[in-house]
Ligand binder design. Sequence first.
Ligand code: SF4
Ligand code: SF4
Length: 78
Amino acid sequence: MPPVINMEKCTGCGVCADICPTDVFCVTEKKKPPIIRYPEECWHCNSCVLDCKWAAIELRIPLPAMMLYVDAPAKAGQ
Ligand code: SF4
Ligand code: SF4
């Protein structure tokens, strides 16, 4: 699932567009929420969610991608 921007929370700072490694976001106007131009390019790294100071981005990470974040040593009991 691509990221979704909460228009009421977004301040249009542009940080998400700056940090997204796959250029999912596109700033078309200063101080306005960016548009999700390439949603299919999102690889669910979660960076935009973590770096948005206003918690304006929601991202549903698909189950296969969530499996990548399993803490392997903890799971193995080490
Ligand atoms: S980082 Fe958050 S507040 Fe800034 S433009 Fe992106 S969604 Fe909006
Ligand atoms: S989760 Fe990662 S790849 Fe997807 S939009 Fe956010 S920063 Fe870009």
